[in-house]
Design a protein around this ligand. Structure first.
Ligand code: PLP
Length: 361
């Protein structure tokens, strides 16, 4: 049975004018809506107190487990405004399932999938005016679980809070899609066998920040991680999966090894490319093979994908040993076609042949 999230309305919501000002091209993830959804878990009582409250800061004990040992998982998905004014989610049941799998890995209680979706619907029942109307904009949704018990002992928290935040975001590429340069991480890995690589958890991001800084110091926008065991296979970027497009139209993406996060976008892109007649191969891809393929003109496009930026063309692969331009160094045809088809489905412009969209408001 799905729990209902009881709504307590914010007594002082943003005025229409304030909301319009706040929603005018905010930097990613800096503006939040009037409300947030919550639920509380205790060992004895299980999940309880499902609710939508006015957005507020937290009161957290300084010894809360999450602050010391990082017992946390999160999700990221978007609500899209269609031209007719309606609001839709993209494959939210996939995010719900991944949220539960991540929670399991972090020894956190799983929030039932139907409650995950009910929390989004309840939040949007009061905050749908925050779903922007501009092209390529959306309301970014951030569900998370944190261990809240005050305890410096290393063990799973006996109290856990679920929270769902919503943040209006503008087009990721204001002024047109721009290709990104990526830096191949030197001496750092994102995840190892048996670790937390396939869970969406804060610690993976914490570990990616220093290599990400080095990427920036080398003029690159993103960092590409190789596998930890052999330091030779391509895995993914800090928060995006990757694809290589070959001259013959076939496409290669690293297979899921347990150290790669399975993106909903990755899975959708595979489905769309197959539907367009591309041969999509999930397999190990060595950096050396990619380098040689790019140099010989066999790899003609390379792109990254994830919820935030959708599909991002990669123009350059950089390391201390090489600096390679992929294809012509501009967004490729296959990359841009799959981007257009995916955003077309998300914004209701293209036929939803896979039944991915779910109307919510
Ligand atoms: C969230 C995430 C992705 C992309 O997943 P989507 O479901 O497509 O947004 C890829 N890699 C990592 C490490 C991630 O955390």
């Amino acid at each position: 049975m799905t729990n209902s999230f009881a709504v307590t309305r914010n007594p002082t919501p943003a005025s229409d004018a304030d909301r319009a000002r706040l929603m005018d091209s905010p930097p990613f993830g800096t503006v939040f809506t009037d409300h947030m959804a919550k639920a509380t878990w205790t060992l004895d009582g299980g999940w309880d107190d499902h609710r939508v409250d006015p957005f507020s800061e937290l009161t957290l004990h300084p010894a809360a487990l999450v602050l010391h040992y990082g017992q946390q998982v999160f999700e990221g998905l978007k609500a899209y405004r269609w031209a007719d004014g309606s609001v839709h989610l993209f494959r939210p049941e996939s995010n719900a399932a991944r949220f539960a799998a991540s929670a399991h890995r972090l020894a956190l209680p799983e929030l039932p999938e139907e409650d995950f979706i009910a929390s989004i619907e309840a939040l949007l029942s009061v905050d749908s005016p925050w779903v922007p109307h501009e092209p390529e904009s959306s309301l970014y949704l951030r569900p998370m679980l944190i261990g809240t018990e005050p305890c410096l002992g290393v063990r799973p928290s006996l109290t856990v809070e679920y929270m769902l935040l919503a943040s209006p975001v503008g087009a990721y590429f204001a002024g047109g899609v721009k290709p990104v340069s990526i830096w191949v991480a030197q001496g750092f890995h994102r995840a190892g066998a048996g670790g937390t690589g396939q869970a969406k958890t804060a610690g993976n991001y914490a570990a990616s920040m220093l290599p990400q800084q080095q990427a920036q110091d080398n003029g690159c926008g993103q960092v590409l991680f190789l596998d930890a065991r052999e330091d030779k296979y391509i895995e993914e970027l800090g928060g995006m999966n990757v694809f290589a497009v070959m001259a013959d139209g076939s496409v290669i993406t690293p297979r899921l090894t347990g150290t790669i996060l399975e993106g909903v976008t990755r899975n959708s892109v595979i489905g769309l490319l197959c539907d367009e007649g591309h041969d999509v191969v999930e397999r190990d891809l060595e950096l050396e093979e990619l380098r040689a393929g790019v140099a010989r003109g066999e790899v003609v496009e390379f792109f990254a994908c994830g919820t935030a930026a959708v599909v991002t063309p990669v123009a350059r692969l950089v390391s201390p040993d090489f600096d390679l331009t992929v294809g012509e160094g501009k967004p490729g045809a296959v990359t841009m076609a799959v981007r257009e088809r995916l955003t077309g489905i998300q914004y209701g412009r293209a036929d939803d042949v896979f039944g991915w969209m779910r109307a919510v408001a």
